[in-house]
Design a protein around this ligand. Sequence first.
Ligand code: SF4
Length: 466
Amino acid sequence: MPRTKSDHPRPAMNFSVFDLLKAGPGPSSSHTIAPMLAGLDFIERCSGLSAAVAERARRVEVTLYGSLSATGGGHGTRAAVLAGLLGHNPADSSAAPDRLLEDSGAATGECRLTVGRVHISFSLADIRSGPIVHDFPFSNTLTIALLDADAKPLYSMEYYSVGGGFLQWKGWTPPERGKPAHPYANMRQLRERLKDTGLTLHELILENETAITGMARPAIFNRLEIVTETMFDSVRRGLQGEGTLPGSLGVARKARGLLASAERIPYTVDRFLARVNAYAFATAEENAGGGVIVTAPTCGAAGVMPALLYAMRHNLNIGDRALREGVLASAAVGFLAKYNAAIAGAEMGCQGEVGVASAMAAAMLAHARGNAVAVVENAAEIALEHHLGLTCDPVKGYVQIPCIERNAVGAVKAYNACLLATCENQKQHMVSLDAVIQAMAETGLEMNSKFKETSKGGLAVSVVEC
Ligand code: SF4
């Protein structure tokens, strides 16, 4: 039975905001970004092999496990690994992996991988599907091996896609980073740090970011602006999209039509919520089409935060500074969920993706509107609480049904969670963010693997194609 990260010694929490919020091609951070990074890492390591080893190399073989094996086809994992092996970095990519392969001719036939000074023929057929249930420490595992003429491994790596585009490997140790200025491992400790220091939530996150990454404030602000502009771009592009999404389901792009319908609604509240729906569809459809989005915290859930952020700027008239501070506050929620549970559909089901995205978005709005940290926490808690138990069951493995609609529901739920937290008496709020994250972790651990991004249960089997 796959183990969880709780079986491993836990390093201190020293995530960067930009670990969580990073640009890359969709449709799935676990299935696209991390496997692409694995391919790139492997080929870069191979360039350091001795000439004697490289010259004996004849083949590269990739094997996918867990949900990478089960739904890698619909998620574009094979194309992503190959794009990485061909030297493409998801952070710099302006196009989907399969489009990158088309450009290099690797999509249909054989291509040549460069191992040192040796060139090896490779095709998508060299990427095999391994067992869905296995004994590797993480569900989403892939192995890459350099083989000699007798198919004996000359060099191999075991990679783990651990959610949100994070990549680890056998023997991985956390990167050397500074210690956070204000360490915390849960919301209770974060509250204490805020009380002790008198800092606001976004100030504390900023001070930690500088201590952890060494980045000065102007550099952090600059990167945050790139992140938010990439989110806005994904909404804008999605609102222009037409036709159907890639894959055999024939799912129509709806964002543009949804926005047009929203603009005709005479009732202000309905019009606002309908716009939020359209914005979420826009980015989620861009993601499903392999476009560049920001993981927030994952590709599958990438439509939730931008939908609210776009609405905050364009419909709620919240200024850029408050938006930035809200994004920083949202990162605290993502950090806590990642550290104390997980944010991958393969580990937690969709509660870890859209659920966490909704909690982050609720915290973002609550903080940007100037609420106290108790309200911010409660907004995040409410949003996550009402995603508990949500399974991951993408039909045919495409990040389309239920994912796109689910992003819209998650965004509107975030808005309502913020309203609830703002309007209630804080003293009467009974559930802490720590409690709900713990509940998510336990639920995810007990959830049958068929509901965790394998497309073996739920909607994935009950939806019958016409
Ligand atoms: S159902 Fe949720 S967790 Fe699963 S692929 Fe879709 S968005 Fe991601």
